[in-house]
Design a protein. Structure first.
Length: 318
């Protein structure tokens, strides 16, 4: 979001910075739980109901349970939206005696920039004003090759916000991958337009729901409003203009095809910056290969320890 939605004004007098942060954190937690309910519980139940109906079996109890979970998720999402809407109306957050705008375009860091290969020298280089000296140095590395959480945090704090914290501040990381990794002659990627439309498994993956219009605002913009469809049909409808503003953000694709994690973010960077180590998820996937179908359904209900959402939307301007 490029700027404040509403004219900036202080939050309610007497409301402390700690309470503000607590409310926003609680709203994010509530929305995350609601998303998990839809992804981990509701989506598998919906697929199970579809399979049973295709066999002529009508189990009303599944839909009753599904309606309860959906109602719970709706309530949690609505509460989160109310908190975020109130924050947006007030426009700013109090930070000590100063006022800091909370809705601005997130800062960007180019992980493809050239830096010295030694971390300490890279730190010195990033903090100096003149960066021309290394542009033609054959011994230089890319920032993504040497980046650490400490280095990234200090660099962002110095460049963008002295209170920068990766867990609470949005940040755009560009060039996570080298350009050559997208060369189809050298690397076979499935998470591409061609892969989504033509891969026999990925193209037929069923999205439990999606947003038909990304231009919507308010609470309706937080809740998917369309029924299940295949991933290839969803993308094709965007390309053909049938639903040009459709969007989806989901973890379910990675849960179905866990090997695609390696196409989203390099494992070393994910572990260093976000603490994501997929060994528990990989253990779960290994267990799924040897247990009975009944146990598979139980194991699949265990939420993942890492979060790799995939966002897909068109480039059409509203």
């Amino acid at each position: 979001m490029l700027g404040s939605i509403y004219p900036a004004s202080p939050l309610l007098e007497g409301q402390s910075h700690v309470i503000q942060r607590f409310q926003l954190g609680l709203a994010a937690f509530s929305f995350g739980i609601a998303t998990s309910i839809r992804t981990v519980i509701a989506a598998p139940l919906l697929r199970l109901d579809d399979r049973l109906k295709s066999r002529g079996i009508d189990v009303r109890a599944i839909m009753q349970v599904l309606n309860v979970y959906n109602a719970l998720a709706d309530t949690m999402e609505l509460c989160s939206h109310d908190v975020w809407e109130d924050t947006a109306r007030n426009g700013v957050l109090k930070s000590g005696s100063s006022l800091r705008y909370s809705f601005q375009q997130p800062p960007e860091i180019d992980l493809g920039m050239q830096v010295p290969c030694d971390v300490e020298n890279a730190k010195v280089y990033l903090f100096q004003d003149d960066k021309d000296s290394i542009r033609h140095d054959n011994n230089s590395c890319r920032l993504r090759d040497v980046v650490t959480l400490e280095l990234l945090t200090k660099y962002a704090a110095r460049r963008f916000d002295t209170e920068f914290n990766l867990s609470t501040h949005p940040l755009i990381l560009r060039n996570l991958w080298p350009e050559e990794s997208f060369d189809p002659d050298k690397n076979h990627r499935r998470l591409t337009l061609s892969g989504i439309l033509n891969d026999p498994q990925l193209s037929n993956f069923i999205l439990p729901n999606y947003f038909s219009d990304a231009t919507k605002t308010g609470y309706s913009s937080l809740v998917p409003d369309s029924d299940a469809t295949s991933l290839s049909k969803f993308v094709n409808n965007i390309l053909t203009g049938q639903t040009p503003y459709a969007k989806i953000g989901t973890q379910s694709i990675i849960e179905e095809f866990p090997n695609l994690r390696e196409e989203i973010i390099p494992r070393a960077i994910a572990k260093e910056l976000f603490g994501w180590d997929p060994w528990l998820d990989e253990l779960r996937e290994e267990v799924l290969q040897y247990v009975t179908p009944a146990w598979k359904r139980i194991v699949k209900m265990i939420p993942p320890t890492t979060y790799y959402p995939i966002f897909i939307a068109g480039m059409a301007k509203s």
